[in-house]
Write a protein that binds this ligand. Structure first.
Ligand SMILES: Nc1ncnc2c1ncn2[C@@H]1O[C@H](COP(=O)(O)OP(=O)(O)O)[C@@H](O)[C@H]1O
Ligand SMILES: [Mg+2]
Length: 373
């Protein structure tokens, strides 16, 4: 059984960079946690602190309820896999796999058994006598994975392990890693900048930005109920559309009054919002796959002109320009429109996301607004 707790952990580098800012995060026993965020947001630093490769500026890290801030890396019983494989080039695959066990002075017969077990688990039995230079990127990463599992550590840390692989191998490795986790059930933290990879792999996904975790939840929670605008726009491809406007209560109805059109907020959605006194500035978010062009059951609709239609096989991506020149995207499996068409569009009540607009010192809307509904 292995659990991990980051309790208000921060990391400041000597130059003053605050790479990780007050990180609080729990990882349950056997859980696969995906930590995702853009490059430079502090993912690697968080992992490296947990592995003991980087000191902690403040806060505590606990593994199985024991504070490990000052425990040596080799005494933490963690295996880490990096982007750049880090195999020993002069050793065969077999020797690479055996290396962590030799380090721990395991008996020879046990080493041979474990190496065979790991090689079989990850499908590299036929590569055991090869050297890394003769392997493909995918095969090398498989060996790196094998070296991580061979000694059954209590915790796996993966730092962008698939970033150097071609897209096909990346998808294959992703599926295999998920399967491996199902079999071994070892607590895992997997760092990636790829939101799709995070959503596919993670039991839970933590979205990080500038050293801060904005939300940690199941992939469904992250996608369907993003906690703020940052999460809303980071997850999903193409990103969520956002419309600036205000909420106004008029004739005992709630309206979204936007520059690109008015929308009567349906009762199902309005009940989750606090009724504004006067008007309240908000941002309405709607995912491209939830934009309904043409017929829609809800009464009020937005208008716009179709700017472009990209046919992509199973669906089309449609760009629509609204009255205020704002552009929204619609991803549709069925919609038949052409460039230049004047269209009406709307959204279902449960697909509306309302956020607080956060205004910065220059009066610009920043993308940190909290979810309101
Ligand atoms: N050893 C270091 N010294 C100074 N700054 C660092 C060091 N390592 C990372 N940083 C900085 O900390 C921030 C977070 O880096 P990192 O954790 O590597 O991000 P990520 O893995 O999410 O791309 C970045 O601004 C990076 O430049
Ligand atoms: Mg990194």
């Amino acid at each position: 059984m292995t659990t991990v707790v980051f309790d208000r952990v921060s990391k400041e580098f000597a130059q003053g960079t605050r790479a990780v800012d007050d990180l609080t995060l729990n990882v349950d026993d056997g859980e696969f946690l995906a930590l995702v965020g853009p490059s430079g947001c502090g993912k690697s630093t968080s992992l490296r602190m947990l592995a003991g490769l980087e000191s902690v500026t403040s806060g505590t890290i606990r593994i199985d309820d024991a504070v490990v801030n000052r425990v040596k890396p080799k005494d933490r019983d963690i295996a880490m896999v990096f982007q750049d494989f880090a195999l020993y080039p002069h050793l065969t695959v077999r020797e690479n796999l055996a290396f962590p066990l030799h380090l721990r002075r395991k008996p020879k017969s046990q080493i041979a058994d474990r190496v065979r077990w790991a090689a079989e688990k990850i499908g590299i039995l036929d590569l055991l006598d090869r050297r890394p230079a003769t392997l493909s990127g995918g095969q090398r990463q498989r060996v790196a994975l094998g070296r991580a599992i061979v000694r059954e550590p209590r915790l796996f840390l993966f730092d962008e392990p698939f970033s150097n692989l071609d897209p096909m191998s990346r998808v294959t490795m992703r599926t295999e890693l998920k399967q491996l986790h199902r079999e071994l059930n070892t607590t895992t933290i997997h760092v990636t900048h790829d939101q799709e990879e995070a959503m596919v792999l993670g039991d839970r996904v933590a979205v990080m930005h500038r050293g801060v975790v904005h939300q940690c939840g199941s992939p469904q929670q992250i996608f369907c109920r993003p906690a703020d605008l940052l999460v809303a726009q980071f997850v999903g491809n193409p990103p969520m559309n956002t419309l600036e406007g205000e909420l106004v209560a008029r004739d005992s109805q709630l309206w979204f009054h936007g520059k690109g059109g008015d929308w009567q907020v349906p009762q199902d959605c309005a009940q989750h919002l606090r009724e504004p006194t006067g008007s309240q500035p908000v941002i309405l978010g709607v995912r491209p796959e939830h934009v309904v062009v043409g017929k829609c059951d809800t009464g009020s609709m937005f208008e716009g002109i179709v700017e472009s239609v990209e046919w992509l096989g199973p669906y089309s991506d449609i760009a629509i320009v609204l009255a205020d020149r704002q552009r929204i995207y619609c991803r549709s499996h069925t919609c038949q429109v052409a460039t230049g068409d004047k269209v009406r569009w709307s959204l279902a009540p449960h697909d509306a996301h309302f956020f607080e607009p956060n205004i910065d010192d220059h009066g610009d809307v920043t993308h940190y607004g909290r979810r309101l509904n």
